[in-house]
Design a protein around this ligand. Structure first.
Ligand code: NAP
Length: 550
C-alpha cells in the first residue's frame, strides 16, 4: 500500500477535499471539535470524519427523554475562548440534551469548523503504512484518506450494547436501545412500555416518562445507588454572575480529582462523630449534582466501613421515598457500596415507583428468557408490552476502537492487542501504533472526570507534542514498550487503592452482553485529574520522556 495509489478526491456539498492530510480526527464530539480547533490553529491540514450526520457526539446520539448533564452546565463549557464563554447562556444548572447539542452546534458554527468535517463517514479501517509513514483511513462511504497523524476522538460511551435474548427480532412493536432513540421521536403516551436496565440512562428515562405512559415495567438485574440531582433554572442575572466567575470555576475544577466544582472535604471520616456525619450527609443530600459523591469524606470511596455507613444512610433515603417497602428494598443495592460505580443522578426516580402503573420486575434471580412478539418472558410470566427500550449500556472505552479495524506496525490489530486488557502510555499512545495519538484514550483520566475539563488537558498535550515534533523536524512519534509497561503498573496499583475495583461496571470493564467481558480490565487512570495533568506536564518537561521521536 502506498499513498501514491490514492488519487481520488472526496466531494461533499460544494467543497472538494484532498484525500491526503496531515491529521485525521475520528469523531466530531466534544473532543473531536476541540481537537480540530487546536490543530487548525496550528495551521495543520486536518479533517474530522464522523459517523453521524452532524457534530455533537454523545449529545448528537443520545436523545432519550430526560437526557441531561450531571456536570454543572457552566463547568462543562469549553474554556479556550473568552468570547465563547461570553456569548453562551446556559438556562439550567444541569443542561438538557437539546440545549447541550445546540451549544456544540454553536461552537462549530462560531469557529467555522464544519467545513473541515466529513459526516456520515464511519471509519471502517485505519491501517498504518510503515514505508510511507502514513495512516490509510477508509470510511463507510468507500472514501480512502491518508494522513500522518491519526487522532481517534471516539468517545467513551459511543457503542451501545444490547442483550442477546432469544426472540428479540420477533417483537412486533418498536424496540430500540436508548442510544438509537427514534430521531423523529416516539409518542409513549398511554403505551405499555418496558425499560430493561437501571443505569444512569434508565434512571433519567424512567423518571421522565413514568407519569405519561399507560404502564411501565422496569426490568432490573441490579439496582444502582442513585442520588438527587437538584436541577434548577439559571436566571439571566445568575448567568451574568457565572460569566464573571469563569476563571474561578475553571480554577476550582482544575484542583478537584474529578474536574468538577465538587472536591472531597478535608475533614477525616475518623475524626467525626456519628451525629456530625449524619448532619453532614443530610446537607450533602440536599446539594446539587455530584456533591454527594465527590464532596464527601475521601474514606467513603476507600474504606469499607465508611462506605457501608454512608450506603446505609442512602438506603434509608430510598426507604423514605418509595412507598411500597418491598419495592424499596429491591431498589437498594446489596452487592456494592455507594459510589463505587458511577452514581446515577436522578429527579423523582424513586417517586416514579409510587405510581400504580409503574412496576419493578426483579430479574436478578429469574432472568429474561425470551422476547416474544408481544412481550417479555421472565420465568413463567409473560409481560405484555407495546414498546421495549433497552437501556443496557455500552461497550465502554475500548468499544469504539474495537469497532474499527485499526492496524499498526507489523500488521498488529489494536483490538487483538487490547483483547485481555487495554494498554497505553498515559492514555495517549500505544506502542506499535506510531503517530496514533489519543486525546482521551483508555487508561487516561477521562472516565472519572468532568469530560470537557479532561479533554482540554488531553488535546492540549497532543497539540504541544505535535508542535514539539514540528520544531524538532520529527515525523514519527511512538511510545516505548517500557514506558507503556510502567504506566500499566501505575494504573493497576491505583485500582488497588479504591473500592471501585470490587464493582462489576464499565469502570472495571465488565459487560455481560459481550463475550469475554466477565472479568476485570484496567480501563482508566484513577489518580485524579490534577495528578494526571502533572504526569503529562512532567513528561513534556522531560522532553516527552517515554516517547521516541524520529
Ligand atoms: P450502564 O450504567 O452500564 O447501565 C446498564 C444497565 O443495563 C445496568 O442496569 C445493567 O445491569 C443493565 N443491563 C445490561 N445488560 C443487561 C441484560 N442483558 N439484561 C438485563 N439488564 C442488563 O449504562 P448507562 O445507564 O447507559 O450509563 C452508562 C454511563 O453513561 C453512565 O455511567 C454515565 O457515565 C453515562 N451517562 C451519563 C448521564 C448523565 O447524567 N450525564 C446519563 C446517562 C448516562 P447490571 O448493572 O446488572 O449490569
Amino acid at each position: 500500500m502506498s499513498t501514491s495509489t490514492v488519487t481520488r478526491t472526496a466531494t461533499r456539498g460544494t467543497w472538494t477535499e484532498g484525500v491526503d492530510h496531515e491529521a485525521i480526527i475520528i469523531g466530531a464530539g466534544v473532543c473531536g471539535i476541540y481537537s480540530l480547533f487546536r490543530l487548525r490553529e496550528m495551521e495543520m491540514d486536518v479533517i474530522v470524519v464522523e459517523a453521524g450526520s452532524d457534530a455533537g457526539g454523545t449529545w448528537y446520539w443520545n436523545r432519550y427523554p430526560g437526557c441531561r448533564f450531571d456536570s454543572e452546565s457552566f463547568s462543562y463549557s469549553y474554556s479556550f475562548s473568552n468570547e465563547l464563554l461570553a456569548d453562551w447562556d446556559w438556562t439550567e444548572r444541569f443542561s438538557p440534551q437539546p440545549e447541550t447539542y445546540r451549544y456544540l452546534q454553536h461552537v462549530v458554527d462560531r469557529f467555522d469548523l464544519r467545513q473541515h468535517m466529513a459526516f456520515n463517514s464511519p471509519v471502517t479501517d485505519a491501517i498504518y503504512d510503515e514505508d510511507a509513514n502514513r495512516w490509510e483511513v477508509t470510511t463507510g462511504d468507500g472514501v480512502v484518506r491518508t494522513c500522518r497523524f491519526l487522532i481517534p476522538a471516539v468517545g467513551l460511551l459511543s457503542v451501545p450494547t444490547r442483550p442477546t435474548y432469544p426472540g428479540m427480532d420477533t417483537f412486533a412493536g418498536p424496540s430500540f436501545h436508548t442510544f438509537d432513540w427514534p430521531r423523529d421521536g416516539i409518542d409513549l403516551t398511554g403505551q405499555r412500555v418496558a425499560v430493561i436496565g437501571t443505569g444512569a440512562t434508565a434512571v433519567q428515562l424512567i423518571a421522565a416518562i413514568a407519569a405519561d405512559v399507560g404502564e411501565l415495567k422496569v426490568f432490573q438485574r441490579r439496582p444502582n445507588w442513585c442520588a438527587p440531582l437538584h436541577n434548577s433554572p439559571i436566571t439571566p442575572e445568575e448567568m451574568a454572575t457565572i460569566k464573571q466567575s469563569y476563571d474561578d470555576i475553571f480554577e476550582r475544577c482544575a484542583q478537584t480529582p474529578g474536574g468538577f466544582i465538587h472536591g472531597p472535604v478535608a475533614t477525616r471520616y475518623a475524626d467525626t462523630t456519628a451525629e456530625e456525619r449524619r448532619a453532614f450527609w443530610e446537607d450533602l443530600y440536599g446539594q446539587p449534582g455530584f456533591a454527594i459523591w465527590l464532596a464527601n469524606y475521601r474514606e467513603v470511596l476507600m474504606d469499607p466501613v465508611a462506605n457501608a455507613e454512608f450506603s446505609a444512610f442512602i438506603a434509608d433515603k430510598i426507604r423514605e421515598r418509595v412507598h411500597d417497602p418491598e419495592t424499596a428494598e429491591k431498589l437498594i443495592p446489596t452487592d456494592h457500596g455507594f459510589g463505587v460505580q458511577r452514581v446515577p443522578m436522578e429527579t423523582n426516580y424513586f417517586e416514579a415507583y409510587n405510581h400504580d402503573h409503574v412496576h419493578l420486575v426483579d430479574i436478578s434471580e429469574s432472568p429474561i428468557s425470551e422476547i416474544t412478539p408481544t412481550g417479555i418472558r421472565v420465568g413463567d410470566d409473560l409481560h405484555d408490552v407495546d414498546v421495549v427500550i433497552y437501556a443496557t449500556g455500552f461497550d465502554a472505552i475500548t468499544g469504539a476502537f474495537d469497532h474499527m479495524n485499526i492496524v499498526g506496525r507489523d500488521g498488529q490489530r489494536l483490538r487483538d492487542v487490547w483483547v485481555d486488557d487495554p494498554r497505553t502510555y498515559l492514555g495517549v499512545q500505544v506502542s506499535g501504533f506510531p503517530n496514533m495519538l489519543l486525546p482521551e484514550g483508555p487508561q487516561g483520566a477521562a472516565p472519572t472526570t468532568n469530560f470537557p475539563r479532561i479533554i482540554e488537558t488531553g488535546v492540549d498535550f497532543v497539540r504541544e507534542l505535535l508542535a514539539h515534533m514540528r520544531e524538532a523536524g520529527a515525523v514519527t512519534v511512538e511510545c516505548t514498550a517500557d514506558a507503556e509497561q510502567q504506566w500499566q503498573d501505575e494504573v493497576a496499583n491505583l485500582y488497588q487503592m479504591l473500592l471501585l475495583r470490587q464493582a462489576r461496571s464499565w469502570f472495571t470493564g465488565y459487560n455481560s452482553n459481550l463475550e469475554g467481558r466477565d472479568r476485570m480490565r484496567h480501563m482508566m487512570y484513577n489518580g485524579g485529574a490534577p495528578r494526571f495533568r502533572q504526569r503529562l506536564e512532567a513528561v513534556a518537561a522531560a522532553g516527552y520522556e517515554g516517547f521516541e521521536l524520529s
